[in-house]
Each structure stands twice: as structure tokens, then as C-alpha cells.
Design a protein around this ligand. Sequence first.
Ligand code: 7RM
Length: 631
Amino acid sequence: MGTRINSFEEYLQEYKRSVDDPESFWGRQAESYTWTKKWDRVLGWDFVKPDVKWFSGGKLNITENCLDRHLSARASQQALIWEPNNPAEKGRSLTYRELYEEVCRFANVLRNNGAKKGDRICIYMPMVPELAIAVLACARIGAIHSVVFAGFASGSLSSRIDDAQCSMVITADGGYRGAKEIALKAIVDDALAKCVSVKRVIVYKRTGSPVQMAEGRDTWWHDEAAKADTRNTAEVMDAEDMLFILYTSGSTGKPKGVVHTCGGYMVYADYTFRNVFQYNEGDVFWCTADVGWVTGHSYLVYGPLLAGATTLMFEGIPTWPDAGRFWQVIDKYKVNIFYTAPTAIRSLEAMGPDFVKPYRLDSLRVLGTVGEPINEEAWQWYHENIGKGKCPIVDTWWQTETGGIMISPLAGITPLKPGFATLPLPGVQPALLDENGKELEGNGVEGRLCMKFPWPGIIRTTYGDHERCRAAYFDTYKGYYFTGDGCRRDEDGYYRITGRVDDVIKVSGHLLGTAEIENALNQHADIVESAVVGFPHPIKGSGIYAFVILEHERKDEEALKKEALETVNKIMGPFARPDKIQVVRGLPKTRSGKIMRRILRKIAGGDASNLGDTSTLLDPAVVEDIKAEAQ
Ligand code: 7RM
């Protein structure tokens, strides 16, 4: 296994080395893996096209590094522990040998069902071990997985399946989330009515609720698994072959299929996992993210398994049967490292101390957060009540597009400042740019966060549309990767992420494009136009505020709002439902017809006293009307 940084001095040294000579730095990190053939060249890059290649000429299979490589030393160590939604149900666990065998078996199932290298396979599953098995089995045969979070509704699912032209969907009959049961297979059936590329659907039985099986298309996981054995030869992949696609929201309505490749992603997920969390042999690591998001890909599945760790997967939600569920699971499995989102921390803090008190939490050594800025109050609560004042908190900043953590403390090594993601990891070269694209030198500056040099986990393309990748990330500031975030570098050189500077918002840690929500709202027969903005929300980070224009007046405005919520729910899923809907007669537009979102954001945030320069407004009276009825 790879080594790890052990002191702050060592971090500073490693950082300097990684900048002075990135190729030998990352070449050294890559040495510790099983390569079928070693790479010819560590790095080739061009941020204009963009074109980035890591370890080109290298051949490998990431699952041999997650599984086969560990069999000699840790075959009987637990690889994956699974805790079900309902605490009354028995959990499961798989050792490295068992996980290896199940992945091989399911890889054979995929091949038996016609899947091959390069095919795109959509995975739409609840949080059960078979989700991780499906992901790894795809990687084993060289099929490109596209995991879609099982909270997405059929509209979002079908557009993702269609965009990637998936030939197969792996799903389950249903899933549990707290007291709710979700009929996943029915959602897939609905989505597939519009997707002609899908030839096969493999269905894992989780709930046992009745489902419809389409003759010639659908087949049961257990029937297929019974026919497959556990010997499987991994497909040999080029380092730059695609490993997965993961859709993420952008400023336009259409989600982007972020593409990661085999070699660089592997090295980066593992390196960041070991160093940020300061993983020790034998630790139990729990990342609460769903595998449907990038955090679940990199720090529930790939990172921990590459490092030979024990990873915990939890099917349920933090507040069911009660708000002590996370803390109970930590005690039950003696979790050492716990990684969650600020929104979860805030919602559990709000439930009061009685839900924490019954638990010891003394196995914890490191705490982590991800997904949005963590406010100081939540940080302190987490530190005192969960970490008992003795666990460092790693506030990890990164993105779907970065593949792994970019700016973060190393646990117990980097001196902390609440609210700061602190310092870039070795290999990460941030730059803050002003609005004219000028790089801000020195400390005590604030600007747009960019990267001026590639790291192995960087996005390679957006699936099927390279131009979109270029335009979204490499065009705003020539020669830089642009993150979409604002950021401050303080007097000590510490980084504090201030939030998105574009039209995407973070709602309960989920990245949502406001245009995507607008498109969904506009599907309602009575809504002609809408504008969606975020507003500060004490628990969710960002709430969703929708301004809608109706075709004709509706006397029953409350009923209209309910229908609008249901429309979003049906197309996107429950997490995208607006918190507030305001019916308006017009939107604040410039003479050229552009909506002035800045004004709507101010009104939604309850701060309409000073709207700034409104001289370009076509009809200022519209703004007065909106202000008068703002919620
Ligand atoms: C991992 C993930 C990416 C966006 C990113 C930021 C925000 C993530 C932090 C954060 C402040 C953090 N991927 N973000 N981590 N903001 N502090 N520690 O969340 O693609 O879904 O979102 O999330 O705005 O650009 S993501």
C-alpha cells in the first residue's frame, strides 16, 4: 500500500515536491499498484483543448487494485459492512474474498447478458451491497458505469440513460428510506418508455414488492447469479479508458455527464483517502453519502477499497427511527472515521442533545465534512458533541469534476480553522482570479477559484460533448480550470470557499441547476415562465425559491402551488421541490430580455432594501410588485 504523510513539515515538503516536479511526484504514487503494463508517460496536458492524459500507455484494471491485490494480506478482513435502513433487520458484511467473489460473479452475469467493454450501464439502486458490487463488476469488464441516485424521478433518470445511450440498467424492485418504500422498478419502467438504447434490465430483489418484468428485457439478479461462477478475468484497460460517467447539474438545464478515466482516478481517489483521513490499518471508515453522488464513488467504494480499508454502507436516513441513528451506528460498528455533510450535522443539531447523549462515540478519531461550506456554529457542535473535542474535522472541498478531495486539512496534521477547507493537497495548484481574469497573488485576497495545473482526478470530458466540457470549465479563464466557486485566501494562505458564483445551488448538499428546476416547473400546463434562485436556509444551506408566471389567473393559488411541487417531484425527484413558490405577473428583465437574477436572489433572501443598480430594468414596477408579495 502507498505511504502517507505524517507531519505538517512533511506535508509542506511533499507539497513543494509535487509542484516542482509533478510527474515524478505522481509517478511515485502510482508505483504501488498492480499494472498489467507500466505507463510510458506520467502526464500530457493542454488546458485549451482541453486534453489531459495521466499514465498513458499504462494498462490496468481498477478492480484488481481494489480486490485481487488485497487477497494475499487481507482476504478475511471485512471489506464492506452494511447496515440496513431498519435497525431491526440484520446487517451484512463481506470480507475482501467474499466481495472479490461476488464482483467476479456479477461481472460474469454482465457478460452473460451481452455487456462488454465500452458499453454504458446505468445503475439505479438503493444503498445495498449489490450497488457496490454492480459498480465494481462494470469496472471489471470495462463497461462504463453511470450511477443515477435512486432519489431521482423518472424524467431525470431517462434523460441520463438516453444521453449516455446505456444498453443496460441495473436496478432493484424497490428501496427503503426511513419509513418510506420507493418503487424503483416502476420508475425505471416509466423512464424506459422513452429510452430505446436499453436492451436488458437486471433487477435485484430488495423489498419483495410486486413488480412487472418485461419479457425478453428484464431478468432477476438472483436467477442470473445462480448461473454464474466466481472465476473472472478482469478486462485489461488503458489508463485513459473511461471508468465512469456521473451526471452533475450545470447552469443550463441539461445535466453534464462528467467522465473519469481508470488510471488517474484510481491514483487520486486512493491518495486523497489515505492522506486526508489519515487512514490507519484496521480502521472502520464511514462515508454517509449515497453512491449516486461522487462522494459515494470516491469515498465509499473506490478510495477505501483501494486502500484496503473497511468501508461502511448505510441504507437509511439520519432521522429514522429517530435522530440518534447515525450515532447508534457509529457505536455499533466502532467507526473510527466518519464523513458526512454539513446539512446532516445542522439537522441533527436542531433535534437537540438528547439524541446524542445515549451514545459513547469513543471509537471516533477523525471527522469529515463535504458538500458545502460549514458554518462555524455547526462546526463547533460537531467538534464538541460528536468528536468530544478531540477529533480533528477535515472540511474537504472538491467537486464531481475533480474526482477526489482538492483542498482540505490532513487529519491531525494541518492546523485547523473552522469554516476553512485550509490548504491544497499535494499536486493541487489553486489560483484566485479577479473578474477580469487576472490572477490575484499573495494572501488576503478573494476571487474565483481556479486550478492552474492538472491533478490525476481531473474531469476528462463531458460524455458525448467535449465542447461543452471546454466551454463550462476551460473557457472562462484561458489556461485555467474554473471551479464555479468563489473563494478567499486569508492572511495565512488558508482557503475559505464562499459558495457558487453561477446558477447552480447546493440544497442539502445536492448540487442543483436552477434552470433544471425551471424546466420542470414549466412543464406544468398553467406555468408559462419561471425563475428559480437559492436563498439562505438554516438547515439545507440553500433553499429553493421559485417565481412563476401563470398562463391565466388561478383563484386556487394554493392548489396550483401543490401541483407545481408535484410536477417537480415527478420529473426531478423530491429533493428538487421548491421551498417557496411565488406567483408573479412578470419577472425583472433587462431590455434585452435577460432575467436579473441578482434582484430575485436579494428578494428571496429577504434583503430587498438595496437592490443595487436597477437602471437596465425594462419595467421597474414588476420588481415593486414582487417585493410586495415576497414570502
Ligand atoms: C463533493 C461534492 C461541488 C460543489 C463545489 C462547492 C461545494 C463541496 C465543499 C463545498 C464549501 C466544502 N461534489 N462544496 N465541498 N463548498 N466547502 N468543503 O460536493 O459536484 O456535488 O458539488 O459543492 O460549491 O463546487 S459536487
